[in-house]
Design a protein around this ligand. Structure first.
Ligand SMILES: [Zn+2]
Ligand SMILES: [Zn+2]
Length: 90
């Protein structure tokens, strides 16, 4: 019958230690290095962790070299990768 593989129950939910999202492990995290959103830019965004008081341990994506200065909170990138809403909620 169907070609669906049924895997044994060894694979429980994994949570990535890099981005805290479920479904992959840290070494396979797609958010560690992402391409810059700007079409004209070939830069790489790197996942970093904020350690400021207001956003302690909040993850964000930052341009590796400060050429274009792109910045995005990981939560924004994950939820709405296309729309770029600029909402400031603290
Ligand atoms: Zn991840
Ligand atoms: Zn860029």
């Amino acid at each position: 019958m169907g070609g669906r593989k049924h895997e044994a129950g060894t694979q429980s939910k994994v949570v990535c230690q890099m981005c805290n999202l479920e479904g992959h492990i840290a070494s396979k995290c797609p958010w560690v290095y992402t391409k810059c959103k700007k079409a004209t830019c070939n830069g790489i965004m790197k996942l970093m962790i904020s350690l400021t008081k207001n956003n302690y341990e909040r993850k964000f994506l930052k341009y590796q070299h400060s050429i274009c200065g792109s910045f995005q909170w990981l939560s924004d990138a994950v939820i709405k990768p296309r729309e770029q809403k600029e909402v400031h909620q603290v």
